[in-house]
Design a protein around this ligand. Structure first.
Ligand code: HEC
Length: 104
């Protein structure tokens, strides 16, 4: 292996390990989502048939999303008192980020 190729391979593994260690910033890697929401909205947040709707395709604003998580709606439980305002704000931002990503 020449030294240039070796450098490219090293750079690849360095980049890969940096990504692997990045903190939970996406909805589906957030442990709060996993514990409280995934049972209804699914591990990938694409919704579950008898649970909750897809959050990936949600069209709500961050404020509307926050209001639904705080106060609940229909069979969606309210999380006021169960999660802090900061946690709910973070979840709403993560849902917005996810639903803003173009879907295939
Ligand atoms: C017991 C099942 C259940 C759990 C647990 C649950 N949800 Fe829901 N969720 C629902 C249902 C059902 C709806 C649809 C409510 C309606 O429109 O009548 C919903 C709706 C929503 C919506 C609105 C989506 C839209 O575009 O209209 C958001 C946002 C949401 N849930 C986020 C969450 C988050 C975040 C959590 C965890 C903190 C969570 N949900 C936990 C069942 C659940």
């Amino acid at each position: 292996m020449n030294s240039r190729l070796r450098l490219v391979v090293a750079a690849f593994f360095l980049t890969a390990s940096l990504f692997a260690q990045s903190p939970a910033t996406s909805l589906t890697s957030d442990s709060i989502y996993d514990k409280n929401c995934a049972k209804c909205h699914g591990k990938t947040a694409e919704g579950r048939h008898f649970g909750g709707p897809s959050l990936v395709t949600s069209k709500l604003s961050a404020d509307e999303t926050k209001a639904i998580i705080t106060n609940g709606k229909g069979r969606m439980p309210k999380y006021a008192g169960k999660l802090t305002d900061e946690q709910i704000t973070a979840l709403a931002a993560e849902i917005k980020a996810l639903s803003a990503t173009p879907q295939k």
